[in-house]
Design a protein around this ligand. Structure first.
Ligand code: SER
Length: 318
């Protein structure tokens, strides 16, 4: 990767990936784009407003900056997708199809995240294998499985250098996720620091895979820089760093903030989705094919989040 385009850079992953990539590859070589103006993304490198659903502006931007790698981070997440499935399909698949075709046309490598949401109620729940039954029952999951198949297809038919990971819920302190089922694991820190109280939308005993942002960022670069000859999977790789329930997360946060109160008000959509996803993934294929190895477990993640969110509160940012 030398000249990188990030599409959907204003979101939870993109806002931190932009800064991370600029440190490694140089500010001028990482072009951040989003459908909305995002002032901070233009501070240390190029930023452009780009609607990924418009193939002409997308192709123009790739050509203008002589891009050789694209991160397609455009997505409507799982819970919000259920409110308007047709819109979710149009945005998620529209951005992906344009990314695949433009990557093919301009000879770019393409990273598109898949998700634990690609699995469904009939997938094995524990230690969910890399290659297994995938029949998700959300539109988000349907888009992710379709995207995985298309990534394979474009690799085999056209030689497009497609790469992907199935991200678990991502915990981060800079930009909130929006409309996902795993969002509770981020929102709890914000509410804890602001009100000392959190209302959790999923049951205390539901396990889901999670990861701290520094591991997610490292995964993006490691996979994109991996030797293509070693990559057997071109659809997507299971990756995970930890798996916990709301109850386990609460206990860990209370080691720092003992007064945090938590109540449960179950959101039926999120609850059904959470119960349909794996408890924990088997990420051995990623470890074997490109050396994936997470660094952040739950205690260190929580300690770091508590420190950062408290500092942002003190600075009046949240
Ligand atoms: N974090 C996403 C969601 O909850 C899953 O990839 O929708």
């Amino acid at each position: 990767m030398k000249r990188i385009l990030i599409v959907g850079a204003g979101g939870q992953i993109g806002s931190e990936l932009t800064a991370y990539l600029r440190k490694i590859y140089g500010g001028a070589n990482v072009i951040a784009t989003d459908v909305r103006e995002c002032r901070s993304l233009g501070d240390d490198g190029p930023f452009a407003v780009l609607n990924a659903l418009d193939p002409h502006s997308y192709g123009y931007t790739v050509n203008k900056y002589k891009v050789d790698a694209i991160f397609n981070l455009v997505a409507l997440l799982s819970a919000v997708g259920e409110k308007d499935p047709q819109l979710a399909w149009n945005i998620n698949m529209g951005a992906l199809m344009n990314s695949l075709d433009i990557a093919r046309q301009y000879g770019c490598a393409l990273f598109t995240p898949s998700s634990i949401g690609a699995f469904g109620p009939s997938s094995p729940k524990d230690n969910t294998p890399q290659d297994t039954l995938m029949r998700p029952n959300t539109i988000y999951g349907v888009c992710k499985v379709t995207g995985e198949l298309l990534s394979d297809y474009y690799f085999h038919k056209y030689g497009v250098d497609t790469r992907s990971v199935r991200f678990p819920g991502i915990i981060s302190s800079e930009t909130l996720p929006g409309g996902g089922t795993t969002d509770y694991a981020v929102e709890i820190f914000y509410d804890a620091v602001k009100t000392g109280r959190f209302v959790c939308p999923v049951s205390p005993d539901v396990y889901m895979d999670m990861m701290y942002m520094p591991d997610a960022l490292a995964a993006c670069v490691q996979l994109m820089e991996a030797d293509p000859g070693r990559l057997v999977h071109r659809n997507s790789f299971n990756i995970t760093a930890m798996s916990f329930t709301p109850e386990i997360l609460l206990a860990e946060i209370r080691r720092h903030w003992p007064d945090l109160r938590m109540e449960y008000m179950i959101d039926p959509v999120k609850e059904t989705i959470a119960r349909s996803w794996p408890n924990s993934l088997d990420d051995s294929a990623a470890r074997e094919e490109w050396g994936w190895k997470p660094e952040w477990k739950l205690p260190e993640t929580v300690a770091d989040m508590v420190r950062k969110i408290a500092a942002r509160r003190e600075a009046g940012e949240i």
